[in-house]
Design a protein around this ligand. Structure first.
Ligand SMILES: Nc1ncnc2c1ncn2[C@@H]1O[C@H](COP(=O)(O)OP(=O)(O)OP(=O)(O)O)[C@@H](O)[C@H]1O
Ligand SMILES: [Mg+2]
Length: 280
């Protein structure tokens, strides 16, 4: 029943093979997402991260198993609209998602399509622009925004639909460090205020800011754990052609030279604190 448990999304033995392909991209995957949980997804190219994003958002239906969103099966045709409202997907290139000539019109597009009363549309646009810090540029054409601002605008467009979860497929890959930081702050804020976030990224330092990390590879989920645990498994990550975080890799390289650091130091700030303490 919708809204009843802390569990928001559940993948039950999900498999997916693209039409015409004999080999499944994802096989027998079991995962769950709690309400307001912030999850990051990492994995090598081709490991199925984008496919998983589409499956969770209901854009692709699993070829095996099932996906429940707020208790509703994505494979049931009559719940499709409800699921689209609950889970929003943001893609890598924001230009593909911006539709209107003015920032606030772009955010209003979704709620207007839901035929909500105009006062409600205005309130949602206001809240969404505030949430992503774009109120000041509401009257500007989207093409005049920076990359980071465009990506935040794409997120605002989803927020105006009041989703329970946003899934973002490499939203920061085209952004500079400042733009990337801006988007990450918005995502953290979203999760803190009750929206679940699923962030697909190739940036390990970014992924380490989540509550939980999923590692995809070899058709399955190779790890589903807290960032400190995942990014301490440096050998596993290297085998997949990935790295740990900057701090996790530094700790690993020091351990190769015989300097054992306490396990679980995967965030640079923690590494700096630790080094300051022992070197002082
Ligand atoms: N529309 C499609 N039809 C057939 N095969 C596809 C299709 N889209 C993706 N694939 C294949 O499915 C596999 C997983 O692709 P997917 O895009 O989900 O990986 P990814 O983890 O997102 O990779 P990347 O890190 O490069 O974005 C790849 O082998 C890819 O070639
Ligand atoms: Mg991808």
């Amino acid at each position: 029943m919708p809204g009843q448990s802390n569990l928001l999304i559940e993948l039950q033995s999900v498999s997916y093979a693209y039409p015409g392909s004999q080999f499944p991209v994802l096989q027998d995957i079991c995962l769950c997402v709690g309400r307001a949980e912030f999850i990051s997804v990492i994995g090598p190219n081709g490991s199925g991260k984008s496919t998983l994003a589409r499956i969770i958002s209901g854009l692709l239906l699993p070829t095996g198993g099932r996906v429940l969103v707020d208790g509703m099966d994505t494979g049931t045709p009559k719940t499709r609209k409800d699921i689209r409202r609950r889970v929003g997907l943001v893609l890598q290139n924001p230009d593909n998602q911006l539709v209107a000539a003015v920032v606030e019109e772009d955010v209003a597009f979704g709620p207007e399509n839901l035929c909500l009363p105009s006062a409600e549309v205005r309130r949602r646009v206001e809240d969404a622009l505030n949430a992503v810090g774009l109120s000041q540029v509401r009257g500007r054409p989207p093409h005049m925004l920076s990359g980071g601002e465009k990506q935040r605008l794409a997120i605002a467009g989803l927020l105006a639909l009041c989703p329970l979860c946003v899934v973002l497929d490499e939203p920061t890959s085209m952004l500079d460090p400042v733009g990337r930081q801006e988007v990450l702050q918005v995502l953290r804020h979203l999760s803190d205020s009750g929206t679940a976030v699923i962030l697909i990224t190739h940036h390990m330092d970014e992924a380490a800011g989540a509550d939980r990390v999923w590692v995809l590879g070899k058709g399955g989920v190779l790890a589903d754990d807290e960032p400190a645990a995942v990014f301490s498994r440096v050998k596993l990550l290297h085998e997949l052609g990935l790295t740990s975080t900057s701090a996790g890799d530094l700790a690993y390289r020091l351990s190769e030279r015989g300097l054992e650091l306490p396990t679980g130091i995967v965030i640079m700030e923690d590494m700096i604190k630790y080094l300051c303490r022992v070197l002082k």
